[in-house]
Design a protein around this ligand. Structure first.
Ligand code: SF4
Length: 314
């Protein structure tokens, strides 16, 4: 517990609230910690030196799991999933058995690898691109994500637009996600989207579908920075101060299950980063007979405050 604030579970109790799983609609697949960037706010501490990536055997376990037909949406994340050589195989095979598939991209990986085969697979399967674009300020972006990342991200967005992503009438969706650069909460979703739409179009002719802004998770590299800069207590107090019970109905863990690169199950990608298994029980995807998790207990911890602060993290 952080000084002066109760644990997340105590806060729920104080409000007379209990949160359990609803029907799981989203299967989130973490393709690994390998990434071309080493962002300061990364909750997974992903980076170029990481060896953890999902192998073909685990990809096939995931496909078998999805064939049970339980999950409408597939959400592929990393690290940089583009760096996993099994990504195209996964998308080709999972798209046929899912209503929709989305890929979380840091943009610079899409730009650096310029993989036409991947772009064509994304287009053909109408994969929604959810791209990190933390700031409209190039020096702020580069200081958070690495030198040159802002320019590469802009080039990647232009390339995605040229392929039809984010353009009206194509059915190819391009969404952006931003996050604050320090120990404070993001500005409102509506204001962020309006600002991004105006400036990206005016300066580079870039269009997109939606922009979201989320709080940073007090985990991984961001937690280390909070501790080093003596901001940890202040940040947790801020998150607690902005606890919003209205966010609880839409928490990711209510209707999403996360699979790690080595095939274990978590209530969300943040719990994966914190090494907290689904419902606090370690289970491999290959061991599951059923994919019904309704009313299962969710493993909660104090980083959950970041999901329930302000307008939330859905
Ligand atoms: S961090 Fe906590 S509240 Fe947020 S999705 Fe995960 S388990 Fe749910």
């Amino acid at each position: 517990m952080v000084a002066n604030i109760p644990s997340f579970s105590q806060t729920l109790e104080q409000h007379g609230l209990v949160i359990k799983r609803k029907q799981t609609q989203i299967l989130q697949i973490n393709m690994g910690l390998l990434c071309n960037q080493a962002c300061k706010h990364c909750h997974l501490t992903a980076g170029p030196d990481k060896k953890e990536i999902m192998d073909i055997k685990t990809v096939n376990h995931v496909l078998e799991f999805q064939k049970k037909g339980c999950f409408k949406v597939v959400d592929i994340t990393g690290g940089a999933p583009e760096m996993n050589p099994n990504l195209v195989y996964l998308i080709e095979n999972i798209s046929n058995i899912s209503e929709s598939v989305m890929l979380r991209s840091n943009l610079s990986a899409l730009f650096e690898f310029k993989d036409d085969r991947l772009i064509n697979v994304l287009k053909r399967n109408h994969v929604t691109i959810v791209s990190s674009f933390p700031s409209l300020n190039s020096s702020q972006t580069d200081s958070q994500r690495g030198k040159g990342v802002f320019d590469k991200s802009i080039q990647a967005l232009i390339m995605l637009n040229q392929h039809g992503f984010g353009q009206k009438g194509t059915g190819l969706v391009l969404n952006l996600v931003s996050n604050p650069s320090g120990a404070y909460l993001p500005s409102s979703q509506t204001a962020t989207e309006k600002r991004y739409r105006k400036i990206l179009y005016k300066k580079w002719g870039i269009v997109f579908n939606h922009a979201f802004s989320f709080a940073n998770m007090p985990l991984g590299r961001f937690e280390s920075w909070l501790q080093r800069s003596d901001n940890y207590t202040h940040y947790m107090v801020e998150l607690h101060k902005h606890f919003n019970p209205c966010t609880l109905d839409n928490l990711m863990c209510r209707n999403l299950i996360s699979v790690s690169w080595d095939g274990f199950l978590f209530d969300c990608d943040f719990n994966l980063a914190a090494d907290i298994y689904k419902g606090n029980k370690k289970k491999h995807i290959s061991q599951l007979a059923s994919c019904s998790f309704e009313n299962d207990k969710i493993a909660l911890d104090n980083h959950c405050y970041a999901c329930a602060a302000g307008s939330g993290f859905t």
